[in-house]
Design a protein. Sequence first.
Length: 129
Amino acid sequence: MTRSKPQSFHALFRPLSAKGTRASSSSEDSLQAIWNVVARIPRGQVSSYGDVARAAGLPGRARLAGKALRLMPEDMNLPWHRVMGAGGRIVFPKGTRHFREQSKLLRSEGVAVKDGRVDKTALVNLEEF
C-alpha cells in the first residue's frame, strides 16, 4: 500500500466554489470593495463598519468590514482609524495599544475623542460618494 503525499491543512480545508475551485475571487472582490470605501473617508471624518459595508455594496456585513481591515496588507496605508463602531465608538478595549493608537490618529486629524467616542458631527455620510 502506497501512501499519497500529505496535503497541508489549508489545502484540505479551503472554501470551495461549486466548480471545485477556490472561492477566493468573490471574497477578494468584497475585501477590495471595502478597502476602496475606507480609502475615500475624508481626513477629519469617520464612518462605522456598517456604513462602510453598505457603501461597498455589502449591506449587513459590518463584521466583514472589520475583517477586511484586519486582513489589509500593511503597505496599503489605509486610514483604518477612521472606521468606528456604531455611533462613533472605538471598538478596541480601553487601555489597549490599538485603542490609544486610534484615538491619537483621530485627534491628529482634528477629531475630538472623549471616553472612546467621537462626536456625531464627525460621522460622514458615505452615500454621498
